[in-house]
Design a protein around this ligand. Structure first.
Ligand SMILES: Cc1cc2nc3c(=O)[nH]c(=O)nc-3n(C[C@H](O)[C@H](O)[C@H](O)COP(=O)(O)O)c2cc1C
Length: 403
C-alpha cells in the first residue's frame, strides 16, 4: 500500500514536521522523586526519537507536584529545567528533525488524593475537593506561562496547552462550570482562562517560531461536559467545540490536536468492545479541520493496526492504519495522524511504516495493560512487547514468569 501522504512533510507555524505521523502524549509515570526524568524516562524518549515520527509529544507534564494525577509524573518547574534539558539532548542526539512538543497540564479534579491535593474549577459535591478561588486560577495561569518559558529554554520546539481528558482546562471550558465569576457561566467566561493565558504566554515568549498548540476534547461524553449544550446535558452539541476551534485559530495557535473522553474512557481509546470509536474520532477531527485552516491532528489510530481488528469492513486492507491515515490526509479530513498505545508497543513504528516495512511492526494488541499500569500508579510501558514491563505486569498480577 502507498505511504505517500504520511511521508510528506508539513509546515506547522514556522517549523516543519518531517512526516505526518504523531506520537501522542503518553504518561508513563517513571520520573524520579523530584519529577525529573529517570534513566527509564530518558531511554523511552530516546527510543521515541529514534522512531522518527514527525511530531513527538511529551507526556502530560505537571506544572506542580502539589496537585498531580501520577505519583511519579514528570514535572515542569524551574527545578526540573536541567532534567528536561537532558531529556531533549538525549532525543536530539539520535534525531534532529522531529518536532518535540511538551504537553503542559494541571491535573485538577483528576489529581490523586493519596499523594496530592485535589482541586476543582467548580463544586463537585465532594467537600474534600478544594474549589479554586479566582486568585488560584490566575496563579495556575502564571504556572502555564512559566512552564512554556522553561520548555523554550530547554530546547523544546513548542508546547501543547492541554484541554482534554477531564483535567483542569477541560473543567474550565465545560458547560458544567457555572462559577459566578469571570471564569464561569457563559462560553465567553469559560474560555477567558485560555485567552488570557495564551496572551501572557505569547508576550513572555516573544518568539513566533516557538509552537503553541492545544489538545482538546471535541466531546467529553459526560453530563455538563464539553460538546454538550448545558450543565445538565449529555447529548452531543458541537456548537461550542467548533467555536473554540475557531477561537484557538484566532488566538494564533499553530495546530489543534483533537481528542475526546475523560482519562481512561473508551471515547479516548477505541477498544475491542467499541471499535467504531475510531470513526467517531475521525469525524470529530474532520469537523475541526473544516472549521479552521491551521494543521489538525487526529487521534485514536492505534486500534486499526494492519487491519486485523473487529471493524465490520470485510476487506482487511481497508480497515488498516495505513489505509485510513492515507485516506484521511488525502481527503483533507486531517493533516497529521496520532498514535498513542502503538508508540509504546513499537517506538520504531513510524520509521518502519515509512520504509514500507509494515510486516516488521510490533502491533499493539489493544490489551490496555498500559492503562492498567497507569491507573495502578506503576511505571508504564508495553506489557506485551517489552520484557521489562511484561515482567512488571506479571509480578503485579502474580502471574508465573514465562521461560
Ligand atoms: C497509558 C496512557 C497514557 C496516556 N497519557 C496521555 C497524556 O499524558 N496526555 C494525553 O493527552 N493523552 C494521554 N493518553 C491518551 C493518548 O494520547 C491517546 O489519545 C489514546 O491512547 C488514543 O490513541 P490510540 O488509540 O492511538 O492509543 C494516554 C493514553 C494511555 C493509554
Amino acid at each position: 500500500m502507498e505511504n505517500q501522504m504520511i511521508s510528506s512533510p508539513i509546515p506547522i507555524g514556522k517549523k516543519t514536521a518531517p512526516n505526518r505521523i504523531v506520537f501522542q502524549p503518553m504518561e508513563c509515570n517513571d520520573a524520579d522523586s523530584s519529577g525529573d526524568p529517570s534513566n527509564l524516562t530518558i531511554k523511552r524518549y530516546r527510543c521515541f526519537a529514534d522512531g522518527g515520527a514527525g511530531i513527538i509529544f511529551s507526556e502530560s507534564l505537571t506544572l506542580t507536584t502539589e496537585s498531580r494525577a501520577r505519583k511519579s509524573q514528570l514535572a515542569i518547574t524551574e527545578k526540573n529545567s536541567e532534567g528536561l534539558a537532558r531529556l531533549i539532548k538525549a532525543m536530539r542526539e539520535v534525531n534532529q528533525d522531529s518536532l518535540i512538543l511538551f504537553q503542559l497540564n494541571q491535573s485538577g479534579k483528576l489529581s490523586e488524593a493519596a499523594f496530592s491535593k485535589v482541586i476543582s474549577v467548580y463544586p463537585t459535591g465532594d467537600p474534600d475537593i478544594h474549589v479554586l478561588t479566582e486568585e488560584e486560577i490566575e496563579e495556575i495561569g502564571s504556572n502555564f506561562v512559566k512552564a512554556a518559558i522553561i520548555a523554550k529554554q530547554v530546547g523544546a520546539d513548542g508546547i501543547d496547552f492541554k484541554h482534554c481528558h477531564g483535567y483542569v482546562c477541560t473543567e474550565m471550558i465545560q458547560p458544567a462550570n457555572t462559577r459566578n465569576d469571570r471564569y464561569g457561566g457563559s462560553f465567553e467566561n469559560r474560555t477567558r482562562f485560555f485567552r488570557e493565558t495564551v496572551q501572557k504566554m505569547k508576550a513572555a515568549l516573544n518568539d513566533d517560531s516557538f509552537l503553541l498548540g492545544v489538545r482538546f476534547n471535541f466531546y467529553d461524553g459526560v453530563t455538563g461536559g464539553f460538546g454538550t449544550s448545558g450543565p445538565d446535558e449529555v447529548v452531543e452539541d458541537f456548537t461550542e467545540p467548533l467555536a473554540f476551534a475557531k477561537m484557538m485559530e484566532d488566538m494564533g495557535m499553530h495546530y489543534i490536536n483533537v481528542s475526546a473522553g475523560i482519562a481512561g474512557s473508551e471515547l479516548t481509546q477505541p477498544s475491542k468492545k467499541y471499535p467504531e470509536g475510531v470513526y467517531r474520532l475521525f469525524g470529530w477531527a474532520q469537523a475541526v479541520k473544516k472549521a479552521v485552516s491551521i494543521p489538525v491532528i487526529g487521534s485514536g489510530y492505534t486500534y486499526l493496526r494492519d487491519g486485523k481488528n473487529k471493524l465490520s469492513e470485510p476487506n482487511q486492507e481497508k480497515k488498516s492504519f495505513l489505509y485510513w491515515a492515507e485516506k484521511n490526509i488525502r481527503d483533507g479530513n486531517v493533516d497529521l495522524v496520532g498514535i498513542g498505545r502503538q508508540s509504546l508497543a513499537d517506538p520504531l513504528f513510524a520509521k518502519k511504516i515509512l520504509a514500507g516495512e509494515s510486516k516488521a511492526i510490533n502491533y499493539c494488541t489493544i490489551c490496555d495493560r498500559c492503562l492498567e499500569l497507569m491507573f495502578a500508579q506503576q511505571v508504564v510501558g508495553c506489557a506485551v512487547h517489552d520484557e521489562y514491563y511484561r515482567d512488571l505486569y506479571r509480578s503485579l498480577k502474580k502471574e508465573p514468569r514465562k521461560k
